[in-house]
Design a protein around this ligand. Structure first.
Ligand code: ZN
Ligand code: ZN
Length: 281
């Protein structure tokens, strides 16, 4: 297992690998554009080449892109729904141009509609995203913290969306999942010790399939189990605790999975990564 953090692209995407190295990352995650909106700067072949060279120079084994936060595949507003599809298509092409391993996106909220309808139109959106896509960067759907009508807060709901989308696409195993420890804990999955981590991974494997697990976001949670809010905390300082991260870092079935911290401060993330490396042994 390799460890990394979400790092800044201030001054340009090619700066991200160096920012990652400064935090002790072995892999890293970044935005490819402003997460709150606006037009993205083009990824020219030159930007792709420089980015790859910088990854090599700073010994970063893989990079990931987190899609913007405003994505909502289940919006009843056509502009938002089709805008989300267009942005994720664009993010996948940008990721492929950079040689990024995968992108992850939140799915959105079903506040405009029933949960059944939300699952259906979310799956339709994902199908539209992947239909004409030929790039090598993978699409990962992120399990959410379940506040309000947030989509993808249970393994069952996520599995249903993937199943529907892949059925329409006529393809198997093209959609992956990003598991965020803080999100699933807030959604009610206990992971506070080795035993509960094992039980939760077993449930994930049964319902979604471990082969779909693309990356883990390793965040402790400021809020208690099942309280449906998304508040990240540094590892060992929240309600999840270190046992969870120790169990994940050493897990024999997760050796090829990368783990990314998205915790509150830069200095804290550096410590989180050092801690994970120590736990891995
Ligand atoms: Zn996320
Ligand atoms: Zn979060």
């Amino acid at each position: 297992m390799k460890f990394g953090a979400h790092v800044s692209i201030a001054g340009g995407i090619p700066n991200a690998p160096q920012n990652a190295a400064l935090l002790g990352c072995e892999v890293f995650q970044m935005f490819s554009r402003s997460p709150r909106g606006g037009k993205a700067a083009a990824i020219t072949p030159e930007v792709g080449r420089v980015f790859q060279a910088e990854c090599k120079k700073h010994k970063q084994a893989a990079a990931y892109i987190h899609a913007p936060y405003y994505i909502n595949f289940a919006s009843e507003n056509n502009r938002i729904r089709y805008g989300s599809i267009a942005v994720i298509c664009d993010e996948l092409e940008r990721a492929s141009a950079l040689g990024v391993k995968a992108i992850m996106t939140h799915l959105g909220s079903a506040k405009d509609t029933t949960s059944e309808q939300a699952i259906k139109i979310t799956a339709e959106g994902i199908t539209k995203v992947l239909k004409g896509y030929r790039g090598q960067s993978k699409l990962l759907l992120e399990l959410s913290a379940g506040s309000g009508e947030i989509i993808g807060d249970t393994f069952e709901e996520m599995a249903e969306i993937i199943k529907l989308a892949e059925k329409t696409l006529g393809k198997k195993n093209v959609i992956g999942v990003c598991l965020d420890t803080a999100h699933i804990f807030a959604s009610g999955y206990d992971i506070r010790d080795k035993k509960s981590v094992e039980a939760t991974l077993k449930a994930f494997d049964k319902v979604i399939g471990l082969k779909r697990l693309g990356v883990i976001h390793a965040n402790d949670s400021m809020i208690p189990l099942g309280e449906k809010k998304d508040r990240h905390e540094h590892l060992g300082r929240g309600k999840i605790g270190l046992e969870c991260f120790r169990a994940l870092a050493r897990h024999p079935k997760l050796k090829k999975i990368d783990m990314i911290v998205e915790t509150p401060t830069q200095a804290g993330m550096k410590k989180d990564i050092a801690l994970l490396k120590k736990m891995r042994g």
